[in-house]
Ligand binder design. Structure first.
Ligand SMILES: Cc1ncc(COP(=O)(O)O)c(C=O)c1O
Ligand SMILES: N[C@@H](CCSC[C@H](N)C(=O)O)C(=O)O
Length: 465
C-alpha cells in the first residue's frame, strides 16, 4: 500500500464504495433505520442518537488522522461536550467514601474548561487541583502530594498564553508512578495534523479537540471529537454519548467531513501567516521586553526567542496559528480591539478559522474566569490574542498596523520605513514583503514534512486505511 501522509488521508472519504459511485458521501438525515429481527447482527444502525452513517464517515476520517480504528472515535456536539463526556465516563464515578475524584489541570486553561471543572466541583465534589503544567518540577511536586490522582488534563500550547507543556515528559512520569491515572489531552490548539499525543511513548489515554476550530475551519458548526487509546475506553465513553444524546448531528458531521479535507492547506497558510506576523510584532512593532519596559511581549511557540521553541518542535509538526501579545497597557489594548480601522481582522472569540480573528481574552474568551483568579495566575489583562487565517499576509499586516496607529500604540515614521512603539519607546525598521524570507525559512524548517511521513509509515500497518 502506498504511504499516505495525514493531509492526504483526510481528503479521501472512501466514497468510491458508494452504491451510486457518488464522489461525496451522502447525508443521512434519517433518525430511524428499519430493523430486521432475523438479521440483527448485521444491523449497524437503528436510531441516530445511537449511531448514524454520516457520523460514522466522520469518525472514520478522524480515526485516520489520529491513526486509530474508527471504533475509537466519537464525534459529539462541541468541544465542551467532549470534556464533559470524558470526565463523566472516566473520572466522576471514581469517588468512594474514602476518595474524592481528583483531577490535575493547568492554570492557563480555556475559560470554558475552567468553568466546567468548577461546575463539577460544586455538583459532584470532584476536585481539580490547578498547577502550572509547563513547570514539570512543580507538576511533579503537586502530583506526589496527592493521595490518588484520577486524571491529568493537559493542553499545549496553552490558550491564550501559549505556554508549552512537556506532554511526553509528564506522560513518562505519570505512567511510571501511577499507571491507572488517565492522561487526557485537549489538542484543540494543535489539531491532529500537528500533534498526536496517542502516538507518544507512553501515550495518553484520550485526546479531544474542539472541532469548531481547525478541524472544521469555517466557523459554521460546533463540534467535538474524542479519540481514545483503546476500544475499552471508547466503549465506556460511547455509553455516555448514547445515554445523553451528545452525538454530532448528521448535517454537522457532513460539514465537518468537508471542512477536514482542506485542513492541510488551511493550517499550512495559517501557520505561515502566524510565523511572519509574530516576528513582525516582535522585531518591527517592538512587542518585546526592553531595558525600560518589561511589560511588552509577543507570545508564540514559533518564535526562536521563545525558550520553549525546541521543546514544542520536539513533539509537534507546526506552531499553530494562535499568538498573543502584551501591549503593556489595558486601555491601549482595548482601543486596538475596538478600532474602526480593523477591516480584515474580525473582533470575535474562537480560532482555527480561515478568517483572521482578534480578541481581548480577559473580556472575551476568558471572561468566565473570575477576575481575582486571573490576577492570582498573572493573567495579563492587556493581552491581545491573534488567530491567523488564510488571507494575504501583507493585507493582514496593513490592517493591524492601521488599527495600532489608530489606538495610539504605533507611530509610522519615514513613510513606513520605521515603526515607533509609543508604549515602550522602541524604534525599528518595518519589515516589508521583500524581507519576509527569515521567518519563512524558519517556518519551512519547523514544518517538518519528514516527521509526518515517518508518522504515516509507522502507523499505516495498524490502521484501517
Ligand atoms: C482549547 C479549547 N478547548 C476546548 C474548547 C471548547 O470547544 P467548543 O467551543 O467547541 O465547546 C475551546 C473553545 O471553545 C478551546 O479553546
Ligand atoms: N461566551 C463563550 C466564549 C467562547 S470562547 C471560544 C474559544 N474557546 C476561544 O478561546 O476563543 C463562553 O462563555 O464560553
Amino acid at each position: 500500500m502506498p504511504i499516505k501522509t495525514l493531509d492526504t488521508v483526510v481528503v479521501n472519504t472512501g466514497s468510491q464504495n458508494d452504491q451510486h459511485s457518488a464522489s461525496v458521501p451522502p447525508v443521512y438525515l434519517s433518525t430511524t433505520f428499519k430493523v430486521d429481527l432475523n438479521n440483527e447482527a448485521a444491523q449497524n444502525y437503528d436510531y441516530s442518537r445511537s449511531g448514524n452513517p454520516t457520523r460514522s464517515v466522520l469518525q472514520n476520517q478522524i480515526g485516520k488522522l489520529y491513526r486509530v480504528p474508527q471504533e475509537n472515535v466519537l464525534a459529539v456536539s462541541s468541544g465542551m461536550t467532549a470534556l464533559d463526556i470524558i470526565l463523566r465516563g472516566l473520572v466522576l464515578l471514581n469517588g468512594t467514601e474514602d476518595h474524592t475524584p481528583t483531577i490535575i489541570a493547568g492554570d492557563d486553561l480555556y475559560g470554558g474548561t475552567q468553568r466546567l471543572l468548577n461546575f463539577f466541583k460544586h455538583q459532584t465534589h470532584a476536585v481539580t487541583v490547578h498547577v502550572d503544567t509547563s513547570n514539570f518540577e512543580r507538576f511533579k511536586t503537586v502530583f506526589q502530594s496527592l493521595d490518588k490522582v484520577d486524571c491529568v488534563l493537559l493542553e499545549s500550547p496553552t490558550n491564550p498564553l501559549c505556554k508549552v507543556v512537556d506532554i511526553p515528559k509528564i506522560l513518562r512520569f505519570v505512567k511510571c508512578v501511577s499507571p491507572d491515572t488517565k492522561v487526557i489531552v485537549d489538542n484543540t490548539m494543535m489539531s491532529g495534523l500537528n500533534c498526536n499525543p496517542l502516538q507518544l511513548n507512553p501515550s495518553c489515554d484520550v485526546v479531544y479537540e474542539s472541532a469548531t476550530k481547525y478541524l472544521n475551519g469555517h466557523h459554521d458548526l460546533m463540534g467535538g471529537v474524542i479519540i481514545s487509546k483503546t476500544a475499552e475506553i471508547a466503549s465506556k465513553l460511547y455509553f455516555v454519548v448514547n445515554s445523553t444524546g451528545a452525538g454530532l448531528s448528521p448535517m454537522d458531521s457532513w460539514l465537518l467531513v468537508r471542512g477536514l479535507k482542506t485542513l492541510g492547506v488551511r493550517l499550512h497558510q495559517q501557520q505561515r501567516n502566524a510565523m511572519i506576523l509574530a516576528h513582525w510584532l516582535e522585531d518591527s512593532c517592538g512587542f518585546k521586553p526592553t531595558s525600560t519596559n518589561k511589560a511588552t511581549k509577543t507570545r508564540f511557540v514559533g518564535l526562536r526567542s521563545n525558550p520553549d521553541f525546541k521543546l514544542h518542535q520536539s513533539f509537534n509538526n507546526g506552531p499553530g496559528a494562535v499568538l498573543s501579545f502584551d501591549t503593556g497597557s489595558f486601555e491601549h489594548s482595548k482601543r486596538l480591539v475596538s478600532s474602526k480601522k480593523l477591516n480584515i481582522w474580525a473582533v470575535t472569540v474562537s480560532f482555527g478559522c480561515v478568517n483572521s480573528l482578534l480578541s481581548m481574552p480577559c473580556k472575551m474568551s476568558h471572561a468566565s474566569i473570575d477576575p481575582e483568579l486571573r490576577k492570582e495566575r498573572d493573567f495579563p489583562e492587556d493581552l491581545v490574542r491573534l488567530c491567523c487565517g488564510i488571507e494575504n499576509i501583507v493585507d493582514l499586516k496593513k490592517d493591524l498596523l492601521a488599527a495600532m496607529v489608530d489606538a495610539d500604540i504605533i507611530e509610522i515614521r519615514d513613510n513606513g520605513k520605521y515603526l515607533y512603539n509609543k508604549l515602550n519607546k522602541h524604534l525599528a525598521v518595518n519589515t516589508t514583503v521583500d524581507n519576509l524570507h527569515k521567518p519563512l525559512s524558519i517556518y519551512e524548517e519547523f514544518y517538518n514534512e519528514d516527521f509526518i511521513r515517518k508518522d504515516s509509515e509507522l502507523n499505516i500497518k495498524g490502521s484501517k486505511l
